[in-house]
Structures are given as C-alpha cells and as structure tokens.
Design a protein around this ligand. Sequence first.
Ligand SMILES: Nc1nc2c(c(=O)[nH]1)N[C@H]1C(S)=C(S)[C@@H](COP(=O)(O)O)O[C@H]1N2
Ligand SMILES: [Mo]
Length: 352
Amino acid sequence: MVNEISLEELQLAARNHGMPLEALRFDLTPIGLHYLLTHYDIPVVDPSSFRLEVDGAVAPTLSFTIDELRERPARDVVATMECAGNGRVHVEPHVVSQPWLLEAVGTARWRGASLAGLLEEAAVGEDAVEVLFTGLDRGIEGEEEQPYARSLPLAEALRADVLLAYEVNGVPLPPQHGFPLRLLVPGWYGMTSVKWLSRITVLTSQFDGYQQRHSYRLRQDESEAGEPVSRIQPRALMAPPGIPEFLTRARTVEAGAVELEGRAWSGEAEVAGVEVSVDGGETWAEAELESDRLGRWAWRRWTFVWDAQPGEHELCCRARDGGGGTQPLDPPWNVGGYMNNAVQRVPVTVTE
Ligand SMILES: Nc1nc2c(c(=O)[nH]1)N[C@H]1C(S)=C(S)[C@@H](COP(=O)(O)O)O[C@H]1N2
Ligand SMILES: [Mo]
C-alpha cells in the first residue's frame, strides 16, 4: 500500500465521517449522511444564553439572540458543501491530515437570515476590507491555541446568498453542524462556513489567523505564502453501480444496459457538462445532465446508460463548468492536499 494511514488519521476519520457515495442518489442529503468536519470538539451551546455579537468597524456594535435572528426575513439556499481536503488520500506523496477519499460532500437546504442585511444594519465602515467569523470551538493547531476563525473579503460577505443559518433540511441545526448558528457561504469550500458562529468582526485589514495564514493555502513548499483556497472546483461523482463486496467495496453488476447516475457541481461557474468513460479514461462520452432545478449552488444530477459487457472495467466521470474549469486525470499535489478534483475511478466486474 502506497498511502499508509496512521492511527492518528483513523482517529480523525472516525470523528469526521464522509457521505456514503450511494447517497448521491438523494437530491438533498439526509442530514445524518451529510459529511462532517470538525477541527476541535463539538461545543454544547445553551440557546437561551447564546448571543451573536457584531463588532469591529461597525457603528454601533450589535448583539442578537437566536429568536431575534429568526424574526428577520428568512432565506432558503440549497447548497452543495465540500471539504477542501476531499480527495486527499489520492495525492502522492501522502499528506497527513483528515484522510478523505471522495466522500467529503453533501447537499442540504439551509435556512437563515441574510448576512448582507445584518451588515447593512451594522453600518459597515468605509475602510472595511474583510469580515471575520469566529466559532465557539477552541483547540490547538500548529502549536497555536485558537478559536476556529476564518475571514471573507467584504464583497463576498455581501453576496445575497450568504446566510446566517439556523436550520438545515427543515430542522434546527444539529450540534455537529453548528447549533445554534453557522455561516453558509455557497460555492466556497466548507472551511469558510464557520459553525457555532458567535462573533462577526468587520476588519480594516486582512485577517492573519492560523486558518487563513497557514491552513487552506496552495503551497508547493512550507516556506511559500501560497494562494488562499476559496471556491469549489468542478467535480462529478458517480453513485457506485451494482452491489459491493463487504471488505473491498469492489462492485459487481450484471451484463446489459446499466444506468449510471451521479451528481456534478462547481463553485466557480455553472456546470456545463459531464462526461463518462467506461475504459479507464481512454475514451469519453457525454452524459445526460439534468437542469439546475435545485438552484445555482446545488449539485446537478446526471445519468448515462452503459452497455455493460462481461469482464473487468474501470468507470470514470468528469465535469466541466462554464468558466472553462475541468477535472484532471491525475491528482495535483500541494502541502495541504487541498482541491484535488482528479477524476473518480470505479473498478467494476460485469458478470454474465
Ligand atoms: N467552528 C468551526 N467551523 C467549521 C469547522 C470547524 O472545525 N469549526 N470546520 C470547517 C470545515 S474544514 C468544513 S469542511 C465544514 C464542514 O461542515 P459540516 O461539518 O457541517 O459538513 O465546516 C467548517 N466550519
Ligand atoms: Mo474542510
């Protein structure tokens, strides 16, 4: 085995579960099947004493209870969220961190108040450049004790679809997804959507915290500053066809017409098409792509009818978006193992 997984990585993987890929068949991921990534511990929050504080370059500073946020106009956004580390175990040399295969994704209907509306009320100063979001969870990372905190450029924070979300799929946020309040930034990798959100700080200079300065940057070498990770790159995934073998997960299907199905998404630009290869990426054919009936920020369903002949096959799929973005055949490498959107490969045995 090239990529050996350590006990420490198993410890992370047991806490931070992925979405089983057969759940690509659901439009909305049942919330217990949505992927989960928590750097530190899941905090226990008493909603009656919870306050969201808004401070920094604002006049005046504001404070909201959850009920006050619920009284504001509500907005629903169906968003596909994906961890920037999705695909990490496929990069070489091995990057030690949460060892995602391809399951760090999910799609949910989030409900909340508009961040832009709240920032308008807070009268953001003219010299503001970024908005910082701080969660209630604390830990130690890179030898620095910190709350989980990330910033967004002001223009991104003012987008109409950025939510202060208190509900998901029609129920209050469960503890592991940020109860009672989280940020939701559609189109950006998951690290941006700060859970257990308790403070919003308008900044007049760029945030320099660990999760901004060190983590989530594309670097070929630890000494580089690197570019920040932001929007979700295009990706298509297929629901594994047929039935699995228990241990290896190897797939078996019966010969004949097999309908392959999956989902495709991109945070950069709308998905423009999906292609399927049934010969390990040698040749490609266009899949049928459904409409964007779930909205701009949600994955789109695709199907492809495969005339499966007995023998061993490797199925692949890849998405392209309207901005010219596509998926490489081989995984890109960087220090953090981020943004690996190389094509999925699914070995299948076809029986008579
Ligand atoms: N407060 C806080 N917010 C957080 C995190 C965290 O550890 N703490 N993890 C981030 C990362 S890396 C991801 S991918 C998403 C995962 O959201 P989910 O667990 O609801 O799927 O939350 C983000 N928000
Ligand atoms: Mo993540």
